[in-house]
Design a protein around this ligand. Sequence first.
Ligand code: C2E
Ligand code: CA
Ligand code: CA
Ligand code: CA
Length: 279
Amino acid sequence: AKEAGRNQIQFYEAAMHARVHERTLIEAELRHALERGELSLHYQPKLSLRSGEMLGLEALLRWQHPTLGMVAPARFISVAEETGLIVPIGRWVVRAACQQNQAWQRAGLAPQRIAVNLSMRQFSDPGLVDGIIAALADSGLKPHLLELELTESLMMHNVDAAVEVLARLKKLGVALSIDDFGTGYSSLAYLRLFPVDYLKIDQSFVRDMLGDPNVAAIVRSIIALAHSLDFKVVAEGVETEAQLAYLRRYQCDEMQGYLFSRPLSADGIAGLLRQEAGL
Ligand code: C2E
Ligand code: CA
Ligand code: CA
Ligand code: CA
């Protein structure tokens, strides 16, 4: 038993070292990812559940590293957040998304609202609002075609600060969304203080709703709550026709998910938009 215990400890230590090593490696490599041009954006369509029309896109970061290969956001966003690297990277994301959106429009494609994810560190960056003003001015993108997605936990972390920053962003004319709704702790009393346009139901609810009546009830309640506060509802992670039908039946407004499309390159999106327009 002693022997087994010792082996177990060695196993945990090895696993911990591997984790620390991975984190150190990611951090060191991430420091140069921007300047080396290893970061890019992929875009996932958001569709109207009523008309089936493509209304918007969510920009999602991709990191193509020469030896690590394609590094998923789950492996590097938290490191970027902890080290503060998310601030310059996030600034680049906003600029790149605005410019790409303008490029599609210049190519004659239908205007889309483009959504960018903002993390806690970016949200508390005093330069955030000025950075967004500059990105809009430099690209010439109309503010209502830019959307910012902020997680529920981020907003609830410091409600007063969130309300203030959201008001400044709202004044610019950009669209605002609450991301991953249902996974954090929301106070309904606070929810109505946020000047947001969209509420995104977390994909875990969409995944489980048809197998669990309690989850289905939560989804219906979220839709009703959001509508009563005058927010539109977006369901993410929609993978099946049955999920789509259920969401449509309960008046969810928009959907995003593998059922329609995975995140695509800028060219992939241009292709989709051309197809939609019959070009
Ligand atoms: P998120 O904002 O909740 O983004 C949705 C994630 O779900 C994306 O993963 C997307 O590819 C994935 N997804 C979309 N449809 C489906 C589906 O039908 N089924 C399943 N199983 N998954 C689906 P991704 O691209 O790996 O991004 C993960 C997270 O990384 C994002 O979650 C977001 O929190 C973060 N992230 C990505 N890009 C950025 C960024 O530019 N800035 C910041 N701050 N965070 C980002
Ligand atoms: Ca998001
Ligand atoms: Ca989400
Ligand atoms: Ca509204």
